[in-house]
Design a binder for this molecule. Structure first.
Ligand code: IMP
Ligand code: MG
Length: 187
């Protein structure tokens, strides 16, 4: 077995490798471009996890688009969402009348996204859609309308390609399962 870097030692197994990720994101780019034909979208990336997905997805869009970012934090335990969401960084752009596409890393309980959708809806965009790279259907507590999903994954804590565990591992180029050794007690 090749020597693993300290970063790679956090990974129990690779769930979605780099080429599989990139191929699917290219497909999504094509579908999303067709959907927004002549309606330039405003991509709203949710910091920090969605940054990798956002930048790769944008490069596959053949329609002109703008980008903006929001940072939100959910109060709760390390690997669990409470649904109580605080906006840490709001949009710079007024989205009224705009075609807004929220770009998310992963939908777990759905609570964070559900809050975000309600918040953005109140600003009266012309349309509001969601593209999420990953979804864990088994964990869903609230139904959220997501038009594009990259991959459905099992109920496991994943890291890499933007996703973190305690702010680390975002820089892995693939999606991996967090090593069992690092999963905190009671999760
Ligand atoms: P939700 O509110 O439960 O849907 O949580 C969504 C947020 O929790 C995501 O945007 C991620 O930041 C984080 N999250 C959920 N599951 C994972 C995971 O498996 N790995 C890393 N972050 C996760
Ligand atoms: Mg996170």
């Amino acid at each position: 077995m090749p020597t693993r870097t300290e970063l790679e030692r956090g990974v129990g197994e690779v769930l979605i490798d780099e080429s599989t990720l990139q191929a699917r994101i290219a497909e999504l780019g094509e579908e999303i471009s067709a959907f927004y034909d002549r309606r330039d979208p405003l991509l709203v990336g949710v910091l920090k996890g969605a940054v990798f997905f956002m930048s790769d997805l944008m490069r596959h869009l053949t329609v002109p688009c703008e980008v903006d970012f929001m940072a939100i934090s959910s109060y709760g335990a390390a690997t669990d969402s409470s649904g109580v969401v605080r906006i840490l960084k709001d949009l710079d752009i007024n989205i009224e009348g705009r075609h807004v596409l929220v770009v998310e890393d992963i939908i777990d309980s759905g609570l964070t996204l559900s809050y975000l959708i309600r918040n953005l809806e109140s600003r009266e965009p012309a349309t509001l859609e969601v593209a999420a790279l990953l979804t864990k259907p088994a964990r869903r507590e609230i139904d959220v309308p997501v038009r594009w999903v990259g991959f459905e994954i099992p109920n496991r804590f994943v890291i890499g390609y933007g996703l973190d565990f305690a702010e680390r591992y975002r820089n892995l180029p693939y999606v991996g399962v967090l090593s069992e050794d690092l999963i905190p007690e009671g999760v």
